[in-house]
Structures are given as C-alpha cells and as structure tokens.
Design a protein around this ligand. Structure first.
Ligand code: DNO
Length: 391
C-alpha cells in the first residue's frame, strides 16, 4: 500500500520535509480554508498540489470534500450544493487528484469524550466513555426523548455521575464533543463560536423527521447525481464509516456495519462509489469484525485508515496500539496488499507522547504517536510483502 499521511495544509506544524524524513510517500489533505459548500477552484487545487510536489510528495487523497448538511437533510439548497460539489470534483479530476474521502454523518463527525486518556506508560490517547456521552445527551443537551436511547443501567450511571461531575468537567465535555473534535475537520462548530450547545441544538433540529431510510435516500440521491462526473474524471469516492458506528443523539447513522456498506455500494452500483476502510471506526462497533468486512469489501475499497480500538466494559472504547485491539491490522494489510499494492493507506490517530502534548496538534493527530504507528505498520507491511513474495 502507498504510505500516506494526513497533513492539514501549510499551517500544520508537522511540515512536509518532516514527513519526507519519516518515509511518507503520499499526502492526504483538503483545502481547509474554503468554506463548506463553496467550489474548489483549479487554481487553488493546483497551487497546493504544486507545493506538495515541490517536496517530492504527491497529493494522493482528498480528505475530506465535505458534504453540506443541506445535502444530507435534503434542504432547499441541496441541488445547488450538489452542483458545486460536482464542479469541485471535476476540478480535482482536471488536476489529477482522483481519490476523494467524505462522510455522510449528520451534524456530528467523529465523537470522543476524552482526548487525553492516560495510559500507564505515560502516553495518552482518545477515549469514548459511554456514560459521559449519555450525560452530555441527557443533562447538557437535555434532548427530548433521550432517555429511550439508554438502558436502565446507563441511566443509573448518569445519575451517579451527575452527583459528582464538576462544572469544569461539563465544559470540557462540551468542548471535546462538539468543538475540538469537529472544528478541524471542517465541522459545523469552530473554536471561538459562542454558545456551541445552542448552535448544536439547532443543527439537530434540521434532522427532525429524517430516519435511517430517509437519510439513505438522501445519500442515494447525492451519489447518483455525482457519479457521471466521477466517471468522466475517473474519481473514486470513498465514504468514511460513521465513528463510532452506532446511532447517536437521535440522529440516524447509515455507514455502521456490513448491511449498511452493502446497501450503499449496491444503491449506486458503480466502482467509483467506494469505501474508506477505517479500521478504527469499524472496530469500535462490537457488531463488526474488520477482517470479514475487509475480505468482503476489498474490491470497492479505495482508501484505508489503519487504527485499532479496544472495547471496554459498559460500551466504552479506547484507541489501542496499532499492534493490538479489534482492528486486526496485520490481517487487513494481508487482504489489502493482495488486492491492490498501490492502495493509499494512512495511519489514523496516534497516542500523545514525547512532548506531542505541548504542540497544539489536532486531537488524534500527534507527530510522535503517529510516527510510531507508521513504523509499526511498515513493519507489518514488510512481513506481509515477504509472505507474498515467498508464497
Ligand atoms: C477523524 C477522521 C474523520 C474523517 C472524516 C472523513 O479523525 O477520521 O473526521 O476525516 O469523517 O470525512
């Protein structure tokens, strides 16, 4: 697989010369300064592409070309926004960038409750605490009907937490769930926005009455509309699975398991409609076995995220080492190397370690932690390549 790295553009403190030194071959990035829904011009794309190439790297994958909320909830502006999306895709195609990662998660992209969960060895990683998440839903958002989404045990744990949680912890929870993890992925809420909880509630309201089937139809509509452009410019769209892969905050999530993936690949049965195989997101759902999914969907996988998780008790999960956990990365590497040795792969998330803490990196996107993960993945890739040449 091609060794790629998510780079957040010229403002990223991790620079392209640093990435060259650690063996990265391809860059995964986006035009982060262009507001969601606006067209990516060939000038802007080419400018960034030339910059990347001047360091003898290539722009391998776009992550993400964001799909606006109005496309997902089928608002009045949907067709206009899809037209803009198509122009951006065509422009990317004209510039020779042909792999585009996106997601179809309503309102909220990936979710964690703790960005600095300590490990015994002094490092830290991202963590999802189901009780704290339920607390956010029930006691902070005070979402109507939220109780029905949780078991009796979970509701009891939330009540216990309510007795001890501090104001500072509550603020942190809000900041983590709807600001810090969202802002840098072209999210709806940015650092500095006043009253994020209110903005968030308004966004949730947009999806009133849209269930799983409704969202599926909106996804089908979007994919059907963009496929002709993808065919013309040979662009592979790859949807990122929902992270975590289950329903949250009363919102439908439709890329969570085998049945969902099968549905979306069949709904628009075109090789350009494919998958980002995010081992981390998929493995955090207990329903998923990443090895089975990879075997089944390798042919329609155009981009791979290697990361692993460990399920804990009570629905919590932690991002584990890339060598352990439910991701089974070496097995995935076996499957994907065989399928397509040129498939772009990036290590996803890494622990915070060795001074990463003070650098202000985006959550999950540390330098040392990801570098260690890349080295581990390279080791696994070397083993697999060796097996393939000797078998
Ligand atoms: C988080 C990322 C996601 C991903 C988007 C793709 O670290 O994996 O934000 O980039 O969902 O659209």
């Amino acid at each position: 697989m091609e060794k790629t790295w998510r780079w957040f553009g010229k403002k990223d403190k991790i620079t392209l010369p640093m990435l060259r030194q650690i063996g990265v071959e391809g860059i995964v990035t986006a035009l982060h300064d262009v507001p969601n829904g606006e067209v990516w011009t060939t000038e802007a794309i080419n400018e960034l592409k030339t910059f990347i190439e001047s360091y003898r790297l290539r722009w391998s994958v776009v992550e993400s070309l964001p799909v606006c909320e109005a496309i997902k909830y089928a608002g009045d502006e949907r067709d206009h926004l899809i037209e803009n999306y198509k122009i951006s895709l065509a422009n990317l195609g004209k510039c020779g960038i042909k792999t585009v990662c996106y997601n179809f998660m309503p309102v909220i992209d990936w979710i964690r409750t703790d960005l600095y969960h300590p490990w015994a060895d002094g490092t830290s990683s991202l963590f999802f605490d189901r009780t704290r998440f339920a607390y956010f839903d029930l006691c902070i958002l005070q979402r109507e009907g939220a109780e029905t989404a949780y078991s009796e045990d979970e509701l009891t744990r939330v009540k216990e937490l309510d007795k001890v949680i501090t104001e500072e912890e509550k603020d942190n929870l809000i900041d983590t769930i709807i600001v810090k993890t969202q802002g840098f992925v072209n999210g709806n809420i940015k650092e500095g926005d006043k009253n994020p909880v209110n903005i968030f509630k308004q966004l949730l309201n947009l999806y009133k009455g849209i269930d799983r089937d409704g969202l599926r139809e909106n996804m089908r509509y979007f994919l059907t509309a963009i496929m002709p452009v993808c065919e013309e410019y040979d662009i592979n769209m790859c949807v990122h699975p929902d992270d975590p892969p289950f329903q949250v905050l009363g919102l439908p999530r439709i890329v969570t398991n085998e049945e969902d993936i099968e549905w979306l690949l069949n709904a628009v049965d075109n090789p350009h409609n494919g998958l980002t195989f995010c081992a981390g997101s998929l493995s955090s759902g207990e329903q998923n076995d990443t090895r089975e999914l990879a075997n089944k969907f390798a042919k329609r996988t155009h981009f791979v995220h290697l990361r692993s998780t460990k399920a804990m008790t009570d629905g919590d999960f932690i991002e584990s080492s890339h060598l352990e956990g439910r991701g089974h990365l070496i097995e995935l590497i076996r499957i994907f190397e065989k399928e397509n040795p040129l498939l772009p792969m990036r290590v996803d998330h890494g622990r915070m370690m060795l001074g990463d803490e003070d650098k202000g990196y985006n959550p999950g996107y540390s330098f040392h932690g990801r570098m260690l993960a890349l080295a581990q993945v390279e080791g696994m890739m070397a083993v697999v390549k060796n097996e393939l040449t000797h078998n």
